[in-house]
Design a protein around this ligand. Sequence first.
Ligand code: G6P
Length: 613
Amino acid sequence: MCGIVGAVAERNITPILVEGLKRLEYRGYDSAGVALVEADGRLQRCRRNGKVAELEQALGQAPLNGRLGIAHTRWATHGAPCERNAHPHFSGGELAVVHNGIIENHEALRTRLQALGYVFTSDTDTEVIVHLLHHKLDSLGDLTAALKATIPELHGAYGLAVISARQPDRILAARSGSPLVIGLGMGENFLASDQLALRQVTDRFVYLEEGDIAEIRRDALQIWDVNGAEVQREAVQYHEGAEAADKGEYRHFMLKEIHEQPAVVQRALEGRLRDDQVLVEAFGPQAAALFAKVRNVQIVACGTSYHAGMVARYWLEELAGIPCQVEVASEFRYRKVVVQPDTLFVSISQSGETADTLAALRNAKLMQRGYLGSLAICNVATSSLVRESDLTLLTQAGPEIGVASTKAFTTQLVGLMLLTLSIGQVQGNLGRASEAELVAELRRLPMRLAESLAMDREIEKLSERFTEKHHTLFLGRGAQYPVAMEGALKLKEISYIHAEAYPAGELKHGPLALVDGDMPVVTVAPNNELLEKLKSNLQEVRARGGELIVFADREAGFENGEGTQVVNMPHIHDALAPILYTIPLQLLSYHVAVLRGTDVDQPRNLAKSVTVE
Ligand code: G6P
């Protein structure tokens, strides 16, 4: 979603704020702004519609200098993306706020504040925070006290930061539903919505918990918890992973992240296999005892992570004999769910901060006669989802910057395969031989992924066929159906071509009506027991003049022909095929997007981490 950066120091902090915003820009890029208290004690700001580069250029022409400041990059919720709605928002020319999240009672607060004489200059929900705070500050005289009095009146989700020209020695921050981290420096301190923004200035971080309020000064930090009690939060030292957050030799983060997949999949397996078995302890010391009791699995996730869950359903039922349900978190969280006895609740999330997934976990934990326990499959060790789940498996993908998820997905699939094998092993539902065979295949997987990446040029050529198209169908059967869904999602996200996925057997129940020479049909076809049925489905497309692109196992017997282009894939064990067949679909959407000239890493209207409902 949006990004927040703040700093209080003894040097000019504008470059720190701008660099922080650039590092967070993948989260929101509608507009950006900074506010600083300058040497004359006055609060100044600069805001621009569009990307951080626009803001940087404006600051180049009219520099701001100060030792206390906050900054924001926005993903619009209330109010169109424009300079007037960009953060920071001001009140009385002496208070500034930046905010991630949504204030749900903003209409009622706005009416009240207008009656008190406050004039609103934006359409945002955020502006009510700063005027309410100003009102409290007038009566209480102290910014910290004013924020403490304001917070109980805000309903909804927020991560927010405030500065005031009246007390220019501090940043005030509050967190409820949207993450914030404090970066500790030497005689200077920082704040951000993600530590990634601050790695240029520190490697020591304090993570705020839900309900925390923090007062951050140059040489002091005070935190109060949700009950108002002062608390000490542990400082965590961050060790930089292998991949720094830059594009290296690649044109886009997405391409870099696609090509990292053999290495990150290797890392996702490290320390988790012993000889020909999966190490169940990889899920935590209590995992074996918990997995022994599991009779059902409920998976909840959003977007690409949801597709990973859909694949896992096939694996858990077929390989481990465990019934599994998968649901998008935004539906699950509001449904009256009947929990089957002994169900493990599994959430999947790259960021671990997706609002709907977090809410689903929190609801699941509150349910009476509820779940056996919760497991998070997540890429961010410090995220809320990880901290609030009983068990965790980190996907070890490293920072993923491209908004369209790639390496996070394939490493989630690896994690879910490890889960399937672990449950199967503990419950004795999976024979030793099958486990050994799959473990051997997992060890070979990075090599197979590298082979499929070598097809990049071929897929780039293929992508030319899509540039003028408006619609595409993706087909798969069995565990390849979710792979087709993920392929369609990737194409829509970054190339803006409408794409839909169908289980191939459903084609004749509707979508076939759309098929003609203008509708490419992309199919994933490993060499499994459904292959013959899939071939018949594809005949139905050819008979209607549809153009077929088939990603098929070399041994599957597909041949190029008129209207049929076959891309031969390395042979792989059927169970792992969903991981392998994802790669060419990622490459395809990447190249189509490049040819269409879209903003690949920051597609319009989307955000990397959706921390609002
Ligand atoms: C957003 C991103 C997607 C991602 C989804 C779930 O929509 O653009 O790439 O799959 O959120 O995010 P999560 O961090 O929970 O996996």
